[in-house]
Each structure stands twice: as C-alpha cells, then as structure tokens.
Design a protein. Structure first.
Length: 394
C-alpha cells in the first residue's frame, strides 16, 4: 500500500473527518498506486490518519473510506458498508414504505462516489469516483445480497467521471429488467426509465416536497415548471388541484408524464395541461396572457455545478423567480428550488428575496425545503447539502 503524505497543516480537515483530500494538500505519494487503489493517508510527520481511494486525475486526489487506519479495504469491507446503508433505510419508518428509495448516498453513507437507487425490484447504481469504480463488483454483489433485487442496472454516465479519468459506463450488470418499471410514490403510480431517464431514472430527492405540493394544492390553480415526467403535477392533481399546467422543454419527458396520468385512474386528466416550451419564454408568455396561479413550482436544472459558476447562476435564479412571483395571485405560494452545489442556502434566499423586492411584493417563508431523508448530509461534509428550497407565500 502506498502512503499519501500531506503538506504541513493540511491534516486539519481530515482530523475533522472530512473525506476529501484535494491536490493542493498533497505533498507526495510514497510508493505506487493506480486509480482507485487504497492509500494510507499520513500527516507531514508520518502519523496515519485514514485509508482512502487514490485518484490521480481528479482535483480530489483521495476520498476516505475509513478513519480507522487498521481497517482493511477489501470486498468484505465494501459489502458491509453497502449492507449497513441499506439497513438504515429499512429501519426508517417513512422510507420503509416507499417503492423508490436512495439506498446509498455517497460520502454520507461512507461510500464516496457511490449512488444506488431502488425502484421496486430494480436497483440502479452510479459510480462516479475512482475508488467506487475499482470496487464495482463488490458494490453490485453487496446490493444484490442486501436487497434481494431482481436486477441491477448501472448508470455511470455522469460527466463527473471525466474528472476522475473515466469514461461513461451504462447497462445491465445483474439479473433481468422488467418490461415496464413503475413505482408508487405517496399513492401515485409513475413510470421510471432507468436506461434513458435523468440521473438514475427519477428524482427521488424531491419525494417529500412533492407530497407537500399535493397537500398545498387543493382547490388551487397550479403551474409546474421544469416538470420532467410530472412528479409534482401528479401530486398536485392527487391533492385536489383545480388545474395544473406543466411546462418542460423535453417532449419525451412530457409524453411520459401524460402516460403517468393515465396510470392513475383516480386522477382527473382533464385538469392537466402539458406544454413543451422553454420555461423562461413560457413564463413571459403567460404574463402577457394575463394568467395568474395560486401555486407555482420552480424546479430548474443545475445552473451552478460549482462555486465558479455562482454569479451567472444567480442571475438565472433571479430571473426565474422574478417571473414566478409576477404570476402569483395574492396569497399564492411559490415553491422554488436550487440543486446547484455552488449556490448556498443563504445566497439562494437572498436571490429569491431580491426577486420579490424587484416585483414589489412582500413574501414570507412557510417552509424551508430540502432533500428527502434517504439523501442524508454528512455532518462533516456540508457540501452534500445540494438541494435547497423555499415555499414562499405572497
């Protein structure tokens, strides 16, 4: 095993149990290590600190597996970590009832670069780090053993893999896929396309926020922007919305959303309208038409993948929220989100407050919104809090 020696003073974050070791903190590597190999992290004086996965191509040069320097990183270790992560979800009374659950959430579950989502009988795994890629076989075996799933599908096609020096990998790695995969989320049935859908096929992190949308939607005219396959829209219909207009730029996503309504005969499809359009332009058109809504959902894609993009992203978030506020009736609610890691909660609130001020309205925060509990945030890894949202009433 090679030793990764840190520069003087650079051990502090590791001592605080932060799992990332950046290139600027590394003094030298003593011995040889290939991408994904385990290295022993030591401070400048030679004191062992952790065992980590080496990634020579990434700015995050090593990701900690364990702070127990006596612990071996092998198949058994990986499978135990997978089993423990799955067991935590099974022990959670709310998550245990869900068809769609995130089983492994990377660093927060002690498995850096590993994402695993369960959709009924199928588990989708995404490996985004060198260490995760090296232990693919053990991760898949651990998931099969811990869940009893009938299939594991890999969606390691994220651009993040390029930063680790790896290309995309996608395809079935265990079992047999069902002809059609559907899940029931809070009483609503939906299709999941694990091969071609966004991320691992769906956005499980918004599960609880979709439920809240349904609870707030009764008797209201609802506008759902960046609707994808209609998760928020379906919950709004189930909650008794008077009408729901849903906008997305993807025709295939909207076709899936329409099929999702058909999967739920208890929903009134006549109350749903699907529009294929650029959301920014569509909101301006709705304003010109004099349309108003009682509940608006803004769940845009990631505008700022890193802090370097924060300024440009802030302008986009300001614009979209300003347009949303202008379309609200008095007493209306704006549910607005950012999934950009480069935009913190404090900055996001300032952006939304600035949009309200520019429109000339007063608003109050009813709910601070975050990811569902199967997307935990490591106490020592605040960077994991990527999804933030506000439910604001004007």
């Amino acid at each position: 095993m090679a030793d990764l020696i840190l520069k003087p003073g650079k051990e502090r974050s590791v001592m605080r149990r932060h799992p990332w070791i950046f290139a600027g903190s590394v003094d030298r590597l003593e011995g040889r290590a290939r991408a994904g190999d385990t290295v022993l992290v030591k401070d400048a004086g030679g004191k062992p600190l952790a065992r980590a996965a080496w990634s020579p191509e990434s700015q995050i040069r090593a990701r900690v597996w364990t702070f127990d320097c006596e612990q071996s990183i092998d198949h058994a270790f990986i499978k135990r970590a997978v089993a423990a992560s799955v067991a935590r979800r099974a022990a959670h009374p709310w998550l245990a009832t869900q068809d769609g659950v995130r089983l492994i959430h990377g660093e927060s579950d002690g498995l850096p670069g590993v994402i695993a989502d369960r959709y009924g009988p199928v588990v989708v795994v995404q490996l985004t780090s060198a260490g995760a890629d090296k232990w693919r076989e053990a991760i898949v075996a651990g998931l099969v053993q811990a869940t009893g799933c009938s299939a594991v599908y890999e969606r390691s096609d994220s651009d993040v893999r390029k930063l680790e020096g790896f290309g995309p990998v996608s395809g079935l790695v265990f079992g047999e896929m069902p002809e059609q995969l559907t899940i029931v989320e809070n009483g609503v049935r939906m299709e999941v396309d694990v091969a071609g859908g966004h991320k691992t096929g769906f956005y499980l992190d918004q599960r609880d926020n979709r439920l809240l949308t349904g609870q707030l939607a009764a008797g209201r005219d609802v506008l759902n922007c960046f609707c994808y396959t209609g998760g928020f829209s379906l919950q709004a219909l189930a909650g008794g919305a008077k009408s729901v207009i849903s906008i997305d730029s993807s025709g295939p996503a909207l076709a899936t959303a329409a099929r999702n309504v058909a999967l739920n005969p208890q929903l009134d499809a006549a109350r749903a309208e699907w529009r294929e359009d650029d959301v920014f332009q569509a909101l301006r058109t709705l304003k010109t038409e004099g349309r108003k809504f009682d509940l608006i959902v803004l769940d845009p894609p990631k505008f700022a993948p890193s802090a370097a993009h924060a300024d440009r992203a802030a302008r986009a978030y300001k614009d979209i929220n300003l347009l949303g506020f202008r379309l609200l009736n008095p007493g209306g609610i704006l549910m607005t989100y950012s999934c950009s890691g480069g935009i913190g909660l404090e900055l996001f609130q300032k952006i939304v407050a600035g949009a309200a001020a520019d429109v000339g309205i007063e608003a109050r925060i009813l709910h601070r919104l975050s990811a569902s509990p199967d997307h935990p945030i490591g106490l020592a890894v605040p960077e994991g809090e990527y999804l933030k949202g506000l439910a604001c009433q004007v």
